[in-house]
Design a protein around this ligand. Structure first.
Ligand SMILES: NC(=O)C1=CN([C@@H]2O[C@H](COP(=O)(O)OP(=O)(O)OC[C@H]3O[C@@H](n4cnc5c(N)ncnc54)[C@H](OP(=O)(O)O)[C@@H]3O)[C@@H](O)[C@H]2O)C=CC1
Ligand SMILES: O=CC(=O)O
Length: 293
């Protein structure tokens, strides 16, 4: 990737990814809606621009990592947005987790101006982003994918090219639908063990040795037992992913009662004010389904 890379959105993931790019010698120009979030990146060598349009004007490639479909749209279509400066020879890579329709509309707008578009949502959370261990689920313009590989190799342990725009979004939603459902089952198991007089840590040890051992149980189990829900993957985003995955299920007539039940628990957790905590905080909603404590 020649020249500076533009980066829009410095939340948990955007900050970790752009820091990682800087660490590996890439030149990065950042923008964030809340401008003060750029300060730490600037201290580490990034440049800063006033608007998404200014970032795109300066950089051949611009990456976005934004919260949800409205945010992804806003940064592209609003005043001073990406569309004002995207043109032939420039690439736009959206790594936000959105639905297929959102990604296609953004892709069409970018290509109608002569730009190149790639969606590239990621699997893996704050720590994998910091450590360059993400899994990248790209789809769209193959040439742009190939040009972006040096940056993807820094961000992730593996990149997939999945074909046409929408396939990356769909893959990400399927994966997160499974993850959200697993988190609910795990939570119920922890509560059942506790209420029936078993030691929670022993349950974690048993799980970790068996056929359903996985990194999520291993990482989240101890913090859930301690009620530590410091956000790596905000619960409001996991609920957004469940909602978008369920919509994908609607479109394809796929019955998903397990995911639907998990979505209800995440919604309950949001209504209890837990949306900004880690998605594992759904444990509190599972524990107290009526919101009582
Ligand atoms: N955290 C994780 O573990 C993972 C998250 N993801 C996905 O990555 C994306 C980002 O997640 P994460 O970094 O955790 O989220 P955060 O909530 O930490 O950050 C969200 C970012 O979006 C920006 N934003 C929100 N609304 C708007 C808007 N209307 N206009 C412009 N900018 C906006 C925020 O700006 P501001 O600072 O001004 O609020 C911030 O930069 C999400 O789609 C999430 O689902 C994917 C894999 C893992
Ligand atoms: O989207 C979240 C993740 O951990 O992946």
């Amino acid at each position: 990737m020649e020249g500076e890379i533009g980066f829009l959105g410095l939340g948990i993931m955007g900050k970790a990814i752009s820091m990682n790019l800087l660490r590996h010698g890439f030149k990065v120009t950042v923008w964030n809606r809340t401008i003060s979030r750029c300060d730490e990146l600037v201290e580490h060598g990034a440049s800063m621009a006033e608007t998404p349009a200014a970032v795109v004007k300066k950089c051949k490639y611009t990456i976005a990592m934004l919260s949800d479909p409205p945010a992804a749209f806003s940064v592209v279509f609003d005043k001073d947005g990406v569309l004002e400066q995207i043109c032939h020879g420039k690439g736009y890579i959206d790594m936000s987790t959105v639905d297929c329709d959102t990604s296609m509309k953004i892709g069409e707008a970018i290509t109608s101006k002569g730009g190149y578009f790639l969606e590239a949502p990621v699997s893996g959370s704050k720590k994998p982003a910091e450590d360059g261990q993400l899994v990248i689920l790209a789809a769209g313009e193959k040439t742009l994918y190939e040009e972006a590989l040096p940056a993807f190799d820094v961000m992730g342990k593996k990149s997939f090219f999945l074909g046409k725009v929408g396939n990356g979004a769909k893959m990400k939603l399927v994966v997160n639908m499974i993850m959200g459902s697993m988190m609910n089952a795990f939570s119920e198991g922890l509560i059942l063990a506790d209420k029936s007089g078993l030691n929670s840590q022993t349950l974690l040890d048993v799980l970790d040795l068996g056929a359903i051992a996985n990194p999520m149980f291993k990482m989240k189990g101890p913090t859930m037992i301690q009620k530590n829900y410091s956000p790596a993957f905000p619960l409001k985003h996991q609920q957004k992913d469940m909602r978008l995955a369920l919509a994908l299920g609607d479109e394809n007539s796929v019955s998903m009662p397990v995911a639907a039940a998990a979505n209800e628990a995440f919604k309950k957790a949001r209504s209890m004010g837990l949306g900004d905590l880690d998605f594992s905080a759904v444990h509190e909603a599972v524990k107290f389904p009526e919101g009582s404590s």
